[in-house]
Design a protein around this ligand. Structure first.
Ligand SMILES: C[S@@+](CC[C@H](N)C(=O)[O-])C[C@H]1O[C@@H](n2cnc3c(N)ncnc32)[C@H](O)[C@@H]1O
Length: 256
């Protein structure tokens, strides 16, 4: 899991700067994020979450908020994000608020009946602390709906790094066990790990959407050109000569 000590305000600014710079191209490259947002919104709609105050935390351009509003037409969703550029790309007339989630939740006029978040928690300075904070802020019987990549993602990248003897530079991801540590077991309504595997012919092509969607921040120094070559060579190819990258995404629905 990403420890508080490993994070500093410089690193956090870097994360937000990357997303700000990527905002204009985000929707083009965020294919996985779009698919995950829809899947999470459908899980929410199956659970008849009470109407009320709904927030998408780390909404980006609003992929999850849009899906939630389409699945529950009477409900509007406040879109909260640290990046002004991302918020500017939310659909016209949507409610947005620029806010740094590392400072806690923004002030709410009433306790939310839904806090939802997709592909954001892993970027915050202490995901385990944040999940507990969000859970405790819910209205009684309110829901927390989350999707995020967790540890066990990118096995092909890790293997290639070991074989090539180059640093593994992906962001360390939180573990499901740590995330759920402070959550009462009887409040877990749904938990599922889904593997999503992307395939392309070139290493650059598979890693490009990560950078183009603003998700390239790492604690480690970027690899040098020679190291990228070694990594590329060491990456196992499938029978049809494709490079694969598997994301392990945790879907979680909690009810207070
Ligand atoms: C990978 S994007 C996900 C966006 C959206 N939820 C989706 O599924 O497409 C991560 C989002 O988290 C936001 N974010 C990262 N750190 C943040 C912070 N400290 N406070 C608020 N938002 C943050 C970024 O600006 C970005 O929009």
């Amino acid at each position: 899991m990403v420890g508080v000590t490993a994070m500093n305000s410089g690193w956090q600014k870097n994360v937000l700067r990357n997303f700000e710079q990527a905002s204009k191209d985000y929707n083009v490259h965020a294919k996985l994020q779009r698919a995950v947002a829809w899947r999470l919104a459908k899980h929410c709609s199956r659970n008849h979450i009470p109407l009320g105050y709904w927030i998408d935390l780390g909404s980006g351009t609003g992929l999850l908020a849009d899906a939630l509003e389409i699945c529950t037409p009477l409900q509007t969703v406040l879109r909260v994000d640290g990046s002004r550029g991302m918020l500017a790309l939310n659909r016209a007339n949507s409610q947005t608020q620029q806010w740094d989630l590392n400072l806690g939740l923004p002030a709410c006029p009433e306790p939310p009946t839904l806090l939802a978040s997709s592909f954001t928690l892993q970027w915050l300075s202490n995901p385990q602390y944040r999940i507990e904070e969000w859970f405790k802020a819910l209205a009684p019987k309110g829901w927390l709906a989350l999707a995020l990549p967790v540890d066990g993602s990118f096995p092909q990248w890790q293997d290639a790094s070991i074989t090539a003897n180059v640093p593994y530079t992906a962001l360390p991801l939180p573990s499901k066990t740590n995330l759920l540590n402070g959550i009462p077991k009887n409040c877990i309504r749904y938990q599922r790990l889904h593997n999503f595997t992307q395939r392309t012919t070139q290493l650059a092509q598979i890693l490009k959407p990560i950078r183009k969607a603003g998700s390239q921040a790492s604690y480690k120094q970027s690899l040098r050109v020679g190291e990228w070559r070694l990594l590329n060579k060491a990456w196992n190819r499938s029978k049809d000569n494709n490079i694969e990258l598997t994301w392990r995404v945790l879907f979680l629905l909690l009810q207070r």
